[in-house]
Structures are given as structure tokens and as C-alpha cells.
Design a protein around this ligand. Structure first.
Ligand SMILES: [Zn+2]
Length: 207
């Protein structure tokens, strides 16, 4: 079942013009021999919308809800121990968003994580107003830092939210545009090879 689309910023739930949406986190309770667990079937979509890694969000659930989480990469299954209600899980997603996604100044969700190897820190940088926000050093922050320390390539300024990636072209941020056009070029090659009549070649160009 398709998830309901909800605002990324919980304070915008009454604003019909607010355009940053994400799917509500879905929960499926499963019980097996070793207890009751809650599966999070659409965590990828939620994480793509907020542009943060699943691993970090799962760790955050661990602190925020005091429950063990498991990621089975093999079956692509994201689990949290116990029976969880969607409402409670969504509240936790919103706590994460308020801390780690929304810009500290303008509350825009199009922020990217900036990893500074020299300073040994991560910050969030807003794509709308340019503000760099530091985080309080706590366990959740440490998780974030450790993740980006191991995956520095994911903390680049060119990576926006799913929405930013969709609409990025050479008129917007140059790094995002470069990444997007490189992606499109790769797709184009495949299309051109498999379908010579394809006329989509020029679509990726900026008008
Ligand atoms: Zn901002």
C-alpha cells in the first residue's frame, strides 16, 4: 500500500503550499520464535526524501526509543524490536528531522551533511540559505559523525534531497548539476545503445 505523503517539517502540517513531502513511515509487526519485531518496509523512501542514510536513522531509533534495531542487508530488512505503532515511529522520525535535517536558520529541509576530516566534525549546510549548523555533541551526533567518517563520499555538497536531485540542472547549484548530468549521460548511453529511435537525448539539456 502506498504511504501517505506528509510534510518533512512537522510544523508545516497545516500549510497546504509546503512542497517538501515525504512518505509516512510504515510499520509492519511480525512475530517469530524470537519475539515480536516491527519491520520498516518503506524506510528507503523516507530516507531518500530526507537525504539521510538508513543506518543513521536506525541508530537514532535505538537511542530515541531505547530499543534494539537490526539491519539485514541481505534481505533488505530494517527491523526494530517490539511492537511499534506508526504514530510513535513517525514521532521519532520527526525528532531526527528536527535535529539532523531541517536548517538551523530557515528550517528548509534541503540540507546536506558536510564532513570535515581535519576538524573531525560533521555539520549540516543549507542549500537554501547557506547556513552551516553545528550539532550538539551527543550520542546521536557521534553516530552521524562515525557514519560519515566511514562514508565521506556521501557527505558532499552536490547531494540534495530527492526533490533537489530531480529538479537539478545547470541552472541550479553547479555541483548538483554536474552530478545530475553525469548520471543522465550514463542513462543516455544505455538508451541510445538499446533504442536508436530514442529522442530523449536532448531532454537533459538545460533550456
Ligand atoms: Zn537555511
Amino acid at each position: 500500500m502506498a504511504a501517505v505523503m506528509i510534510p518533512i517539517d512537522p510544523d508545516k502540517k497545516d500549510d497546504v503550499y509546503y512542497r517538501y513531502k515525504m512518505p509516512a513511515l510504515q510499520c509492519k509487526v511480525e512475530s517469530s520464535g524470537n519475539g515480536v519485531k516491527t519491520v520498516l518496509p518503506n524506510i528507503h523512501e523516507v530516507c531518500a526524501a530526507i537525504n539521510r542514510p538508513e543506518d543513521v536513522l536506525m541508530r537514532f531509533f535505538q537511542f530515541d526509543l531505547g530499543a534494539q534495531t537490526t539491519i539485514s542487508k541481505k534481505d533488505d530488512k530494517y527491523l526494530i524490536m517490539g511492537s511499534r505503532q506508526e504514530e510513535q515511529m513517525q514521532q521519532s522520525v520527526y525528532s531526527f528531522i528536527k535535529k539532523f535535517v531541517l536548517c538551523g536558520q530557515c528550517k528548509n529541509p534541503e540540507t546536506v551533511v558536510h564532513y570535515d576530516a581535519k576538524k573531525k566534525s560533521v555539520t549540516k549546510v543549507c542549500g537554501a540559505c547557506g547556513k552551516e549548523t553545528k550539532w550538539e555533541a551527543n550520542r546521536a551526533y557521534t553516530t552521524m559523525y562515525m557514519y560519515y567518517k566511514d562514508h565521506p563520499e556521501e557527505a558532499t555538497a552536490g547531494k540534495g534531497t530527492a526533490e533537489a536531485r530531480k529538479r537539478s540542472c545547470c541552472c541550479t547549484a553547479p555541483t548538483a548539476a554536474a552530478a545530475a548530468s553525469a548520471e543522465k549521460k550514463a542513462t543516455k548511453t544505455v538508451i541510445a545503445a538499446s533504442d536508436l529511435k530514442d529522442d530523449r537525448k536532448d531532454r537533459s539539456r538545460c533550456l
